[in-house]
Design a protein around this ligand. Sequence first.
Ligand SMILES: N[C@@H](CCC[C@H](N)C(=O)O)C(=O)O
Length: 286
Amino acid sequence: MMDGVLFTKGHGAGNDFVIVPDPDGALDLTPSQVAALCDRRFGIGADGVLRVVRTAKDSDGAGYAAEAEWFMDYRNADGSIAEMCGNGTRVFARYLVTHGLATPGPEGLPIATRAGVVVALFVGDEVRVRMAPPRVYAASTATTGPLTFPGVAVDCGNPHLVCALHDGLKLPSLDLSVSPGFDPALFPAGVNVEFVTPASPIEGADLHVDMRVYERGSGETMACGSGALAVGAVALRDAGLSQGVVAVDLPGGRLTVTHDENDAWWLAGPAVLVATGETDLDALTR
Ligand SMILES: N[C@@H](CCC[C@H](N)C(=O)O)C(=O)O
């Protein structure tokens, strides 16, 4: 008899997740179970897991119970916990509404994360989330092989290091099969590293960039929402713009970062559910 756990698979611009409903907080997902779910050969396969639990039923979510009914318990593919996942919040919002667990009000749909509450809006095919303001705070460097890249540290609730490519280097030439090197004194809990190059101007955006990312705990992913937010914040700062729209093109598609006239930061892009099923956690970890 299968010890079945229901799941849905979804993604935001190719940043993919196994979504596990656990409304009453009955499921104690271990790091090895998370890693097994995310394994692309022996499991379902994903960059991370989103456990869907009521704020009141989770020790990390309970503090937000007055503001949001649902808590996104995000785990990286290696089983580690992260504070924030921008694409995760967008896919989580899609899941709640599609599965009848929430109805967005006129102000949007609040979702609690370890880094605070974000609010999701549904606009056409996109899910747009209002994120906490990114904090650009220090210069640092990243390395890939023999190459060193100057970068800037950005706190989006989770840690980021945004590096511009230099000397005509092209994004596809980077080896992101292993973690870039970084300063562990500045990032004691690890860091997500974004590499950026300018792209040709496009209509509807003040700035347009291409980006690749190596995510802490997941490796190179096709997109990273909080990473795009960090990149957008640095791009606007470097362009001397106090507000504006930044189109960020990633291997999995486009995310849009907006800093609006009300000083709100928004992350927008596709959020798609692709499959639903049942899995046997015991079999996955056997
Ligand atoms: N893909 C996510 C970020 C997920 C967490 C990250 N790997 C970390 O450890 O901080 C996003 O869309 O923001």
